[in-house]
Design a protein around this ligand. Sequence first.
Ligand code: ARG
Length: 504
Amino acid sequence: MAGLVPMTKLNILDNQHPTRTVAPSLELAPRPTSLAPHSRHQVPEEQPRWSQRFEGALHPFITRFNASIGFDLTLLQQDLDGSIAHGRMLAACGVITAAEAEQVVDGLETVRREAAAGTFCPGVEAEDVHFAVERRLIELVGDVGKKLHTGRSRNDQVGTDLRLWLRERIDELEVLLRRYGQTLLRLAEAHVDTMIPGYTHLQRAQPLSLAHHLLAYVEMTRRDRQRLAQVRQRVNVSPLGAAALAGTPVPIDRRQTAAALGFAEIYRNSLDAVSDRDFAVEFLAAASLVMVHLSRLSEEVILWASQEFAFISLTDRCATGSSLMPQKKNPDVPELVRGKTGRVFGHLQALLTVMKGLPLAYNKDLQEDKEGLFDAVRTTRDCLEAMTILLEEGLSFQPQRLVAAVGNDFANATDVADYLVARGVPFREAYGLVGGLVKTCLQQGILLRDVPLEQWQQVHSAFAEDIFAALEPRQVVAARLSEGGTGFARVREALEQAKAAFAD
Ligand code: ARG
């Protein structure tokens, strides 16, 4: 192959294919956002011929502009799996012989071994992973390899590959989400009796069990898992056999390839099959919400680690220093998670934009579905992993600071009103009376617990000695026993229920 640059081992995309190798020109060349002179780009002179309809070669720059091989090698394993299923189905349907199918399958398995050994390194002239595999197959097994593409197109092929790939990634994310949830649950279990101020408008509102606060994130994680499971159902539908757009006269069996590849259903309409990316949009939306949840917790951790809150201290495992200020310890991990959230939103927006004007059926625009999806998967996965580590070993709650924070304000004012309500005073009246008392306290620079009984009784005759017990933060929390409330007994219940939902 004339003009191919020497191969270097490069770990592209992520650790899904640890020994993937590609020609460096694919990875390192700038993305062709502007049409720089083609002489600057190393592109082989010799281009593949399409059908005999074509006489000339593709412009070298356009070869590179058109190619997806620089990123779609990520789909290699799925492309091989899909091709093996297709080849076996062709034999079962009598389109090729069983012996031919075995040759094809052997050849495809050889490509898999070459990839594992790092010797399958298609260059940009291969255009995409599908052509690269087919070409190598023909080199390996000869003319019989030319029969594999019977009754299919790269259009249904790429849709199949992408769905198989995403299905695996969703299953990995489910494991990570479960582990993240279990970590939150362990932390919650250790802090049922720890109290933390609860906020509205970032103003102290009412004290909470810290476990209750953490369990709110567990609930978000439960919904994230449900959402991904639902998206998985829509991912798990086979487009294979839709061919280019209209189906095929070749007597194929779509249900056989679907079953072989573990798809639960097949697309009913061939046009929809090759042009639908709803499943990828839905995944990006679900991943965006995972990121929203991680980012919200990140924001809280960052606030809690500040000297103003100091509810937690960061351990050396996850914090970094400043190059200039020797006293600094920075919460880089949650800041990065918060910062990376925008990438995933961006990929969602980008794919929606790709889709919105596409006439049926396949259009090359659809090649733009991949890089964002790959990055979104990697980003979400990395952020889940990082947050799990942060919760496990990166932070510890500061009991003294939390005790001080829940005892030194008027976060028990609602409870005084509720005290009167329990003694027959209408809430709005009680609310007004307590507001007045809070105002007096603020003027005197005291808290409600410092108000002598006589003064309470001047406010309302229903106040008795037991008001002081009712003001205690622990009592304030314990009393909130409505379903879903922060009462310690309710929190213990919720914890057990969530633990069952997150059990392996
Ligand atoms: N590389 C292409 C993609 O990612 C594969 C499908 C190409 N089909 C076509 N008709 N040009 O979408």
